[in-house]
Structures are given as structure tokens and as C-alpha cells.
Ligand binder design. Structure first.
Ligand code: F3S
Length: 387
């Protein structure tokens, strides 16, 4: 491949992976079963990124393993309803075309595992998107490092990745025991737990005790928050995740920290300011069918006084539409968008100033963008948005 026998695009991709492997002292390259590519929004890629992608496609590179795509900066069909500027839409459309030319599926979701891209336990994969990395490593037990857009594209094209870090058993052991002394009822509580823990552990692998019985929605938002405030790529939960029993730390083996109710409350307060007219955004990570259904149940037959935007994947949207959920939300005046989210969309250009959110990941990013935030459970926020 490096000699160019499979084309210049493949050679370039492998060069990148070999260099990465050398930096991290990897002994060899191993095959990957799939890739999930991030860095899709025109907001992040800009024209330079777009041209690089188009060049790769021109060089004849094509994905040789299944590869899916993270959210773009807009709903690819309803972007005008999002007030996305025309120039942005042009750039974004070209980006998606370039990805398609590379053989990467334009799923445009951060929850590929909800739309059929579900790696096997123990499989080596190359995933980017921090929340999906956490889900893949921890909940599914597949193995990925914290990959970037370019490395996932390179792995998709070559079908390879360097073997280091979270791909090896010894680096999947916990470094901190996190005892939970708080009631976790709603996905928002798990999101708060992830935010508080991430701050405490940084990139160390946490081992949770006392997680209760988290729903799929709680698991996805927990990982998203862990990766936001810290650099967590893998966590274990006693009685919850598939590797927890095998890696259970013995007494005194790792440092213990305890997280209490007040820690979660303080985290929530940090992102709760006075807001006058926020856009309520539900769907970070992208909504499951259950979450769209919950919002729809609250909106059914009612009218919204404030803007309510729900973000999900195309796969979940199709099912939600079939079940009548989309009609119930949009009938109340809300919007259900696909392909995008409140973080990768060009919110400044769209004129947004305030948001109401049920996820610490989107709260942190929104605050970084200078927006005022308010936090609540999906139920609380939708009720506030209703007339
Ligand atoms: Fe997904 Fe956007 Fe949140 S990519 S995890 S919805 S910030």
C-alpha cells in the first residue's frame, strides 16, 4: 500500500497511520471492522478541509470497511428552516458529496449504534466522535482509540489501525473507583454524573459503583459528558458494562472518589442562568426513538410558545414519523431535524443567543460559544416551552 500499488490515496492514508503508530510506539497495524468519521460540519472543516476531502476522492481512495458519518452542520434537506446561510449550505453539501465519493455512508449521526452500525464485543474499530467512542468502548466492549476525522478516514480506506492504547487489554483497566452516593433517576442525572466524573478523572478510566440500572439513553449521555469535561474514552460500570467484572479493582488497588447529590446539583446550577427566550434543544447525543416519543407525548394536541428543536438520526426519524411522533411535535410548532445538532450547526450565524438543554455536553459547548444556557430534564424543558 505504501508503495502506491493501491493508488496514491491509499498510500497517503497509510502514511498517516504508520506515522501515528510510530509516535505511540505501536508494534503493528491490525485490521479494523468499521469506522465512524467525525469532523463533518463545514463550520469545523471550512474550505481547506473540503478541498482535502475532494482531493482524497480524486486520488481514487475508497472505504474498504463499513464507515458511517457524524452529524453535519445542517439538516441536509430542511436547512432553510434552520436559517442556515446559503454559502454554508453550499460548502456542507460539497462535503457530504466528497464523503460519499469516498464510500462513507452519509448517516450524519453521532449515534451510529442506533441505526445499525453496532460493532461486536472485542472488535477493533476506528471511531471518532467522543460520545460514540465512549459508547463503543464501554457499553459495547468494542475497541477504539480517541480517533480523529483524518485517522478514521485513513482507517476506513486502508482497513487498518495501529495497535496501541485502548486497543490493548492492559490499557483498559480502571484507574479510579467512583462510588456514587446519589439517586440517578433521569438521563440528565447521568449526564451530570458524567460531567462531574470527567472533571475528576481526566483521561483515567473510571470504574463506577452504584450506577443502578441505566437506560440506553442514560448510557449514551453519561459517556458524552465524561468525554466533554474530561478526556474519558472508556469507563466501566459494575453490573452494567460487559468488561466490568473482568477488570473489577480490588480494595485499595485504585484511588476512590465519591460523588454525592450536591455535586450533581452544583453542576446543573453551573449551566443554569436566567434566560428569556431560549431555543429548547433535545438530542445530544442524537435522540433515540424512545426520547422522540417522550417529547411527542408531551406535545400531542398542544401548542408551543417557544422554539423546540429535536435532533435525531435519519433512521430514528423514519421510525418516529411512522409512529406519528414527528407529526405530534411539529403539529405543536416544534421541529424534528436530522443530520445535525445544536453544536455543529452555525448557531452564531443563525442568530441564537440562549438555549435550554438536557445534556451537559451540549451545555458545555454552548457556553463555550458564548450562549446563555438553561438545564432541565427533557420533560421539564418541553413543559416550559409549551403554552
Ligand atoms: Fe452528537 Fe452533537 Fe451532541 S454530535 S453528541 S448531538 S454535540
Amino acid at each position: 500500500m505504501l508503495a502506491g500499488e493501491y493508488g496514491a490515496g491509499v498510500a497517503k492514508s497509510l502514511e498517516l497511520l504508520v506515522a501515528l503508530g510510530e509516535v505511540f510506539g505501536a508494534e503493528k497495524l491490525v485490521p479494523v471492522e468499521g469506522a465512524h468519521v467525525s469532523g463533518v460540519s463545514y463550520k469545523n472543516l471550512g474550505d481547506a478541509g473540503l478541498e482535502w476531502l475532494e482531493d482524497q476522492a480524486r486520488l481514487g481512495a475508497r472505504a474498504k470497511v463499513r464507515a458511517t458519518l457524524n452529524p453535519a452542520g445542517m439538516d441536509m434537506t430542511r436547512w432553510r428552516e434552520m436559517d442556515v446561510p446559503e454559502k454554508f449550505a453550499d460548502g456542507q453539501t460539497r462535503i457530504i458529496r466528497a464523503f460519499e465519493a469516498l464510500g462513507i455512508e452519509p448517516t450524519c449521526t453521532c449515534t451510529p449504534y442506533l441505526v445499525g452500525h453496532v460493532p461486536r464485543f472485542g472488535a477493533q474499530v476506528a471511531w471518532a466522535e467522543s460520545s460514540a467512542i465512549c459508547y463503543s468502548n464501554s457499553v459495547l466492549g468494542a475497541r477504539t482509540n480517541r480517533e480523529s476525522g483524518p485517522t478514521t478516514i485513513a482507517s476506513a480506506i486502508t482497513g487498518l489501525t495501529p495497535l496501541y492504547e485502548y486497543r490493548l487489554d492492559e490499557n483498559r483497566l480502571p484507574g479510579k473507583l467512583v462510588e456514587i452516593d446519589a439517586k440517578l433517576k433521569d438521563p440528565l442525572d447521568y449526564s451530570a454524573l458524567g460531567y462531574v466524573t470527567g472533571k475528576l478523572v481526566g483521561t483515567t478510566v473510571p470504574y463506577f459503583r452504584g450506577l443502578g440500572k441505566p437506560s440506553l439513553e442514560s448510557l449514551k449521555t453519561l459517556g458524552a459528558a465524561l468525554a466533554t469535561s474530561g478526556g474519558v474514552a472508556l469507563w466501566h460500570g459494575e453490573g452494567v458494562t460487559p468488561e466490568a467484572e473482568k477488570v473489577k479493582p480490588h480494595v485499595g488497588e485504585v484511588e476512590k472518589v465519591t460523588i454525592e447529590e450536591k455535586d450533581l446539583r452544583e453542576a446543573r446550577e453551573k449551566f443554569t442562568c436566567e434566560v428569556a427566550d431560549p431555543v429548547t434543544c433535545i438530542g445530544c447525543p442524537h435522540c433515540s426513538l424512545h426520547e422522540v416519543g417522550e417529547v411527542a407525548g408531551l406535545c400531542k394536541g398542544r401548542e408551543l410558545a417557544k422554539r423546540l428543536w429535536v435532533f435525531t438520526s435519519r433512521g430514528v426519524y423514519a421510525e418516529a414519523e411512522r409512529k406519528g411522533y414527528v407529526g405530534q411535535i411539529e403539529g405543536a410548532g416544534g421541529k424534528v431535524f436530522v443530520d445535525s445538532c445544536m453544536v455543529v450547526a452555525p448557531l452564531k450565524e443563525m442568530g441564537w443567543k440562549e438555549v435550554a438543554l438536557n445534556s451537559f455536553k451540549s451545555a458545555q459547548y454552548s457556553a463555550n460559544m458564548g450562549l446563555k444556557t438553561r438545564m432541565g430534564t427533557a420533560r421539564e424543558l418541553v413543559k416550559e416551552a409549551l403554552k
